[in-house]
Design a protein around this ligand. Structure first.
Ligand SMILES: Nc1ncnc2c1ncn2[C@@H]1O[C@H](COP(=O)(O)OP(=O)(O)OP(=O)(O)O)[C@@H](O)[C@H]1O
Ligand SMILES: [Mg+2]
Length: 209
């Protein structure tokens, strides 16, 4: 625990920053099984937002484990710490008036709820997106060959095989990636953001324009 620390307020308030930059920051949190499509959707969404002149930045599960979280494993405690750190980093990005897009399996409901609470306490919107596809489908996709390895016992504590996944009960957006295309999935998220006034419809480029 850190002691003897005092919060130092900036000279620019959150509202003033948003006005100066003409942008609101918030976090879009993707959750779902491995190969459910979190990174695929997050990448396409980030591209659409950036091409529309809206600042967005992806925090991706594997990428973050190359650096910031390279000292964490996949046991329950490390998974919780992984998500705690990412929640804090996403909050920093969104506080900086950027749209933070996270793509982590984030299998525990409690951890996702903590991430939401952290944001909401700071007055920052938090959008949970469930990238959902049945286990049979993701096992079939297996783009990284991880399910094959997990089933052969070569990877321990693999979500969906030997570790739990607690599906969201009330995700803000539920994308069934085995039923819709990547473009349709991204559009579902964008429609939600527009409906909540988080992005302006007239700012967004049409994908095929
Ligand atoms: N509608 C869809 N939406 C997203 N991905 C899809 C869809 N249909 C097929 N796919 C395929 O499913 C795979 C999803 O892989 P992706 O790496 O995005 O998963 P992930 O959820 O990020 O997994 P991990 O947790 O291992 O990082 C890709 O090969 C993608 O092309
Ligand atoms: Mg991924």
């Amino acid at each position: 625990m850190s002691t003897n620390i005092t919060w130092h307020e900036g000279a620019v308030s959150k509202e003033e920053r948003q006005t100066l930059l003409s942008q609101k920051g918030f976090t879009i949190w993707f959750t779902g099984l491995s190969a459910s499509g979190k990174s695929t959707l997050a990448t396409a969404l980030e591209q659409t937002l950036l091409h529309s002149g809206i600042s967005a930045y992806r925090l991706d599960g594997d990428n973050v484990r190359f650096g910031l979280n390279k000292n964490l494993g996949f046991g329950p405690e490390d998974r919780t710490e992984n998500i705690r750190r990412i929640s804090e980093v996403a909050k920093l990005f969104s506080d900086a008036a950027v749209i933070a897009i996270t793509s982590f399996i984030s299998p525990y409901r409690q951890d996702r709820d903590s991430a939401r609470e952290l944001h909401e306490k700071a007055g920052i919107p938090f959008v949970e997106v469930y990238a959902d596809a049945p286990l049979e489908v993701v096992e079939q996709r297996d783009p990284k060959g991880l399910y094959k390895k997990a089933k052969a016992g070569e990877i321990k504590e693999f979500t969906g095989i030997s570790a739990p996944y607690e599906a969201p009960e009330n995700a803000d957006v539920h994308v069934k990636t085995h039923e819709v295309s990547v473009e349709q999935g991204v559009q579902q998220v964008i429609d939600y953001l527009i409906s909540k006034g988080l992005v302006q419809a007239d700012k967004l480029i049409k994908k095929d324009a």
